[in-house]
Every structure is written in C-alpha cells, then in structure tokens.
Write a protein that binds this ligand. Structure first.
Ligand code: 4NP
Length: 160
C-alpha cells in the first residue's frame, strides 16, 4: 500500500512543527507502523532554513522521552501535491500556507488542533519568546493532537 505522507507546518520550523514531527514519528514507531508513513515538517518563513530545532524544545522533549532532530526547510508549492496531509499549527500559518498552494492541489490541509479534543481547533501557541512552561504546554498539546490524528489516519486508511 502507498505510504501516507504527512507534513507538519509552523512559522520557523524550529519549535512546533519539528516537535510534532518527532512525536508523531515516535508514536508511529511504537505502534510498529513506520513503513506506512512518510513524515516531514517545514516552516512558512525562511528565517531558519538549514537550522536544527530550538535546543529548548529538544531538551523539553527529551525530558518527556521523545528524541528527534531535523533540518529546517521552507514550505513550497510542490508540497501540496507531494503530501496527503498538511497540518499548520495556527491560523496565521494556515493562511500563509494556503496562499502559496497551487490550483487543484492534492493535500488535505487541516489545522493541527482540529485533532485536539480539548480546545478543538485552537492554535498551537508559539513558544519561541516564552519560558520553559510554554515548551511543556506545546509538548502536551502536540502529544494529544498527533495521537488522535494517528488514530484518525489508521482508521481512514485501514492501516495495520
Ligand atoms: P516555530 O517558532 O514557528 O514554532 O518554529 C518560531 C521560531 C522562530 C521564530 C518565530 C517562531 N522567529 O521569529 O524567528
């Protein structure tokens, strides 16, 4: 069966979306489903292209048992035909993503917290200018949201 291709999107691709990618990748691996998915993340902005994730985010994730790395890249128009699902972290990144989408694109674009049963459809807050609490809050939001997103994909695509 074709792999399900998932792309997480934030602004800088150094805090929220690489963390979403890392948590999702780990949950997929724990469920023995790594061969069924292709997983990536990117940013709508170009500020941090080529950079590793923010060390505060990596350190907080490690405390929660999630280990990941990534090189930041910017969202491009071709992503809308290369991926099946594109998950922006907030309204602003949703708007900026859609603004570069090609006509008739393939991907389903859904806000990350559409899958969060508490505060459904709200934004994943940007932790960049805040303290440690903000990173833990983002971790917990993403842990819940990507878990129910994975349940949704498993059922929809009959993955086993
Ligand atoms: P992210 O966080 O979008 O979750 O990666 C940010 C990272 C960098 C900046 C803003 C948000 N920045 O302004 O450089």
């Amino acid at each position: 069966m074709a792999k399900v291709k998932v792309l997480f999107v934030c602004l800088g691709n150094i805090c929220r979306s690489p963390l979403a990618e890392g948590i999702f990748r780990q949950q997929v691996a724990e469920r023995g489903l790594s061969n069924s998915f292709e997983i990536d993340s990117c940013g709508t902005a170009a500020y941090h292209i080529g950079n590793h994730p923010d060390q505060r985010s990596v350190a907080n994730a490690a405390k929660n048992g999630v280990h990941y790395d990534h090189f930041a890249r910017q969202l491009s128009a071709s992503d809308f035909d290369d991926f099946d699902y594109i998950l922006p972290m907030d309204d602003s990144n949703m708007r900026n993503s859609i603004s570069i989408a090609p006509v008739g694109f393939k991907a389903e674009v859904m806000k990350m917290r559409y899958f969060d049963s508490s505060e459904k459809n709200s934004d994943v807050p940007d932790p960049y200018y805040g303290g440690e609490d903000g990173f833990q809050n983002v971790f917990e939001i993403l842990d819940r949201s990507v878990s129910s997103f994975l349940d949704y994909l498993i059922e929809k695509h009959r993955i086993n």
